[in-house]
Design a protein around this ligand. Structure first.
Ligand SMILES: Nc1ncnc2c1ncn2[C@@H]1O[C@H](COP(=O)(O)OP(=O)(O)OP(=O)(O)O)[C@@H](O)[C@H]1O
Length: 313
């Protein structure tokens, strides 16, 4: 049987009388990258903070490495690396000094600290930035350093809270590359994100969270197949005709959504959908100005499950 690294059973987080996490159940197994995917306010950070022992569990059970986080937080924390949502580096120190100061928190002997810091700079592609003061680094470099710093104690579990939020696409891809390498080396990862591409690229399995509840869980491909039949069709029609088209297609599609001003999205029925939909639009006297059949993605799954889009900054 696969080793369970995180097991959440009926896990609840309450802030005063507000329930941010409403009794969720999931298991993360050794060596996998597990995603918490959801929009702002879904409860991702609240779950992550309970897992790394930063925020107490309100109710339910949360085991990390088979131990109750509320009873064995200290032992568990020694095996966990955390990349919080906000960088908490010391801006006045250099890259190298930031790593060494952190190694000091782990009471690491100096020669070991230096060896690890060197290896980490190499792994995160930061060796040539070693002497630079952190406040002069770009957002992407700071993120890489924050991730590197979380690796100092060679954690068996790495928790990343929105690791690429705010980064430009190039910096984001560099971070993904490194995280993929870590995954290959066997590090178990828990990743919160509202970027669908990030979830798709990195996660072996994920839960889709919405307002503190799990809407779905599984491998990204599995979820896409289950909910969309693999294809999505975008049809551009005049905004005034959206309602008519959507109502007129009631019998043909289960999932449909009006996106923005001029797009209707359908996420069912496979490849023949395009023809049927444009035929339907023609029968209703609605001109189609734009049509694109594309592979469905996690955004479509989220849209279908909630009627909302996910990818907001
Ligand atoms: N310390 C707190 N006190 C009161 N409410 C809180 C607190 N922390 C979070 N919340 C609320 O709990 C809900 C879930 O927040 P959480 O930060 O877990 O969401 P999230 O999915 O991580 O979103 P984000 O991407 O914005 O971090 C939100 O409605 C938030 O306002």
């Amino acid at each position: 049987m696969r080793e369970s690294v995180i097991a959440a059973r009926d896990l609840v987080k309450r802030f005063a009388d507000f329930e941010a996490v409403k009794g969720v159940n999931f298991t993360v197994f050794g060596g996998e990258c597990f995603g918490l995917l959801g929009p702002n306010g879904a409860g991702k950070t609240s779950i992550a903070k309970m897992i790394y022992g930063f925020s107490p569990v309100t109710a339910g059970k949360l085991e990390v490495f088979g131990e109750d986080i509320m009873k064995r937080a200290r032992d568990i924390k020694a095996k966990v690396g955390v990349v919080p949502q906000e960088d908490n580096l010391d801006p006045e120190l250099s890259v190298w000094e930031n790593l060494l100061v952190c190694a000091g928190y782990f009471r690491m002997p100096k020669d070991l600290a230096q060896k690890r810091a060197g290896d980490i700079l190499n792994f995160m592609d930061l060796t040539d930035k070693s002497g630079e003061v952190v406040e002069h680094l770009s957002g992407g470099l700071k993120r890489r350093l924050t991730i590197g710093r979380a690796l100092l104690n060679q954690p068996a579990l790495l928790i990343l809270d929105e690791p690429t939020t705010g980064l430009d696409p190039y910096a984001r891809h560099l971070v993904w590359q490194r995280l993929k390498k870590l995954k290959e080396s066997g590090t178990t990862m828990l990743l919160t994100t509202h970027y669908l591409e990030e979830a798709d690229q990195l996660c072996d399995r994920l839960i889709v969270l919405h307002q503190g509840e799990i809407l779905e869980q599984g491998a990204p491909r599995e979820l896409i197949e289950r909910h969309t039949g693999n294809d999505a069709l975008e049809l551009g029609v005049e905004p005034a005709r959206h309602g008519i088209l959507v109502a007129g297609c009631e019998d043909l599609v289960k999932a449909r959504q009006v996106l923005g001003d001029d797009l209707v999205l359908f996420t069912d029925h496979g490849r023949e959908l395009a023809e049927r939909m444009s035929g339907k639009a023609a029968a209703l006297g609605i001109p189609v100005g734009y049509q694109r059949l594309r592979p469905a993605n996690l955004e479509d799954v989220f849209l279908k499950l909630t009627g909302e889009t996910l990818d907001e900054e």
